[in-house]
Design a protein around this ligand. Structure first.
Ligand SMILES: *Cc1c(COP(=O)(O)O)cnc(C)c1O
Length: 411
């Protein structure tokens, strides 16, 4: 968090000023933070060819995509529309990987025809794809090594009956399909969930990929996924990126030597690149003393804009951007959605008054991209702070947007 005297700043600009100019609720992203996270990750790895693919489901604003493309980052996509957004944002085809789950073969074929790289995580799809394309289009396969890692259960992907990846116990089936259809496997991949803090889990994952690699002679890269944990509060544990980079680089060098060729090492973070860059700014609409001890701050936003606290029990730090000094109190901060809609309980904040700007931190990933019109409320505007300037990158919705796709019929 940046603050300068009494001001809460985002990329050098007072949050209250941004709120005044663009209104609230508004998502604000600091481009400098995205850039520094990208550079930090890249420089943690050395002595190998290392590539980062931004998992764009975290935040698909076209300007965020363009920024990461400009920095030299690639793209990890999970739907055909994300593939198309990536192409529109200027990513070269071969820098985009399509890593879908539970999609029909037709969607995989559509991506293949667009010329992006493909990551297949299903034996039936692999077989159908091989029958159609044979060796002409190389593919990556997503392996599930069943290494349980990550935070909340909803973001773990490693269990034996997981829908993600091809089980490491089904490698004989993979090899059979690959041989019979003369498929070129150019990569092996895993992604074991999100909020994985210990470097050891990544090492285990990479070891599993090395093991699988011996089945394939024509690999070009190995993709160890992501799930790097970012700090959500002061003193919070995060993945030690520097240690991760040093240890994986060393292991990878040894592996390449063994394999007999220099391969590329890839990873595909979402949260790590954009989470800390983002803030959701809302306005305190009401202050409410309850019959108990708690004082409630109700804001003009809710789980329709930032669902992570309610969906994953995620902790987002909450700051009163209008008042950064003086007495503090404990507050529960809630949204305006008509069901339980709690951003945080018992949070210490500088005294809150109606009209104050409340900032939710770490809101750059899975914030706007998971937002909805629930309760017929508008989705927020988005603002990018780039080179010291705050610019609108998505307009706030208006009433017509709520009806735009509805069709009135004769009743
Ligand atoms: C969501 C996802 C990621 C990114 O996860 P983060 O925790 O945001 O880093 C990476 N790879 C795949 C395949 C994903 O689905």
């Amino acid at each position: 968090m940046e603050s300068n005297g009494n001001q809460f700043l985002i990329g050098g600009i007072p949050a209250v000023q941004i709120a005044e100019e663009f209104g609230t609720p508004v998502y604000v992203y600091n481009a400098d933070k995205i850039e520094s996270q990208y550079k930090r990750l890249v420089s943690a790895f050395s002595g190998i060819t290392f590539k980062v693919k931004y998992a764009c489901k975290a935040n698909t604003n076209i300007n965020i995509l363009r920024l990461l493309n400009k920095l030299g980052c690639g793209l990890d996509t999970v739907s055909i529309n994300e593939v198309k957004l990536g192409l529109l944002a200027g990513f070269p085809k071969q820098e985009i990987v399509f890593t879908p789950n539970s999609v029909a073969i037709s969607e995989v074929i559509e991506a293949a025809e667009l010329g992006v790289r493909l990551n297949i995580d299903n034996l039936n799809i692999l077989e159908q794809f091989g029958k159609k394309y044979g060796r002409s289009i190389p593919v990556c396969i997503r392996i599930n090594p069943h290494i349980v890692a990550g935070g909340n259960k909803k973001i773990q992907t490693a269990h034996l009956d997981s829908k993600f990846g091809i089980s490491i116990h089904q490698m004989d089936k993979v090899v059979k399909i690959v041989t019979e259809n003369n498929i070129h496997i150019e990569s092996v991949h895993l992604h074991s969930g999100s909020d994985i803090k210990d470097v050891e889990s990544f090492i285990q994952g990479l070891d599993a990929l090395f093991e699988v690699s011996k089945h394939f002679k024509d690999l070009r890269y190995i993709d160890f996924g992501s799930g790097f944990k970012v700090p959500y509060k002061k003193g919070d544990i995060e993945t030690n990126i520097e240690e991760l980079g040093a240890r994986l680089s060393e292991k990878f060098q040894a592996f390449c030597k063994n394999y007999g060729r220099e391969l590329e090492l890839w990873c595909e973070p979402g949260k790590f690149l954009v989470s800390e860059s983002g803030f959701l700014l809302a306005t305190a609409s009401v202050i409410k003393e309850t019959a108990a001890e708690t004082t409630i701050v109700g804001v003009n936003s809710g789980l329709n804009h930032l669902i992570r606290p309610m969906m994953y029990d995620a902790y987002h730090e909450i700051v009163n951007a209008s008042n950064t000094t003086g007495a503090t109190h404990a507050y529960s901060v809630v949204g305006n959605i008509c069901e339980t809609d709690t951003f945080g309980v018992n949070r210490t904040m500088h005294e809150v008054h109606e009209g104050d700007i409340i900032a939710f931190l770490n809101a750059g990933a899975y914030g706007f991209s998971m937002s909805s019109n629930y309760n017929s409320r508008f989705r927020p505007a988005e603002v990018l702070v780039y080179k010291g300037k705050a610019q609108l990158i998505r307009k706030r919705e208006v009433f017509e947007d709520l009806l735009a796709k509805q069709v009135e019929v004769e009743l």
